[in-house]
Design a protein around this ligand. Structure first.
Ligand SMILES: CC(C)(COP(=O)(O)OP(=O)(O)OC[C@H]1O[C@@H](n2cnc3c(N)ncnc32)[C@H](O)[C@@H]1OP(=O)(O)O)[C@@H](O)C(=O)NCCC(=O)NCCS
Length: 238
């Protein structure tokens, strides 16, 4: 195991997410320790779409696929190659729902196994480095609508950086969770944060747009978050 590139797998137990019946894992990786030979060492297939990618992108992809392979292994799918699907969505085994996320040094993977083909539903996970205050101000109109902004302002104990990063991350988790059913991109203003519980580290997102026959405007999804010094993790499943 090339320890200098990737750390040991940490199996996460998000108490607020109980009773989630799948696995959530986290690793840290070092882009500076990356080299192409690590793909073979870690048993990950190098996809042709990465041929022109910079080392940072190769490193995060490798870390994500490596961690996902460890999670799938623990669910009874050793040696499964997760290919890249439409719009970059990972292709999981038919009886698995999963999600991957990375920032500059952290990678997360969640997956849940079903006995037969999964019912409707999914999982989404995301990790975001905390934005700078100015970056948060610049991104604000692209991430939240006016009503959401007013709701966020009711949490003065949290900085704008934390509030915006959290909302951004929650929506990315939602996107990854719903994409397999929606089958197309949808935007940050197609959902809004309608509640944030700081004590329990929970949030609720509501669709503002109907995405398909089942995912209609007004549908709500509960998620949880974990705030650390430099980043925020968000997680949703239904
Ligand atoms: C895909 C996206 C959600 C996250 O990408 P990112 O900024 O690179 O951030 P992350 O590292 O957290 O996630 C990347 C991983 O998400 C997964 N992913 C990418 N596209 C995906 C999709 N369409 N569906 C599900 N998962 C997807 C992949 O595993 C990817 O990593 P990989 O390419 O190394 O396999 C983002 O780029 C995007 O396209 N957002 C626009 C849509 C959106 O978020 N709308 C909000 C709706 S409320």
């Amino acid at each position: 195991m090339p320890d200098s590139f990737i750390t040991a797998v940490e199996w996460l137990n998000l108490p607020q997410a109980a009773p989630f019946p799948g696995k959530i894992a986290r690793c840290h990786f070092a882009v500076t320790a990356y080299c192409d030979a690590l793909f073979a060492e870690l048993g990950v297939v190098f996809p042709s779409s990465l041929l022109r990618a910079v080392p940072k992108r190769r490193a995060e992809f490798l870390a994500g696929r490596y961690l996902a392979s460890r999670v799938l292994d623990s669910l009874g799918y050793p040696h499964f190659t997760i290919e890249i699907g439409e719009d970059r969505a990972p292709r999981w085994p038919q009886t698995v729902r999963g999600s991957i996320s990375h920032n500059q040094d952290t990678v997360l993977c969640v997956a849940q196994r079903y006995e037969t083909s999964p019912p409707l539903g999914g999982v989404g996970i995301d990790v975001e480095t905390l934005m700078e205050e100015q970056q948060a101000l610049d991104f604000l109109p692209m991430i939240v609508n006016g009503a959401e902004y007013e709701r966020l302002r009711r949490h003065p104990q949290l900085s704008l950086s934390v509030l915006l990063t959290l909302t951004f991350s929650a929506k990315e988790s939602l996107f990854k969770m719903l994409y397999p059913q929606v089958g197309r991109l949808f935007g940050f203003l197609d959902a809004q944060l309608v509640s944030l519980n700081e004590e329990e580290c929970r949030f609720t997102l509501e669709l503002t747009m109907t995405l398909n026959e089942r995912l209609r405007a007004g549908m709500r999804f509960e998620g949880v978050y974990q705030l650390r010094c430099h980043d925020i993790l968000t997680f949703l499943y239904y």
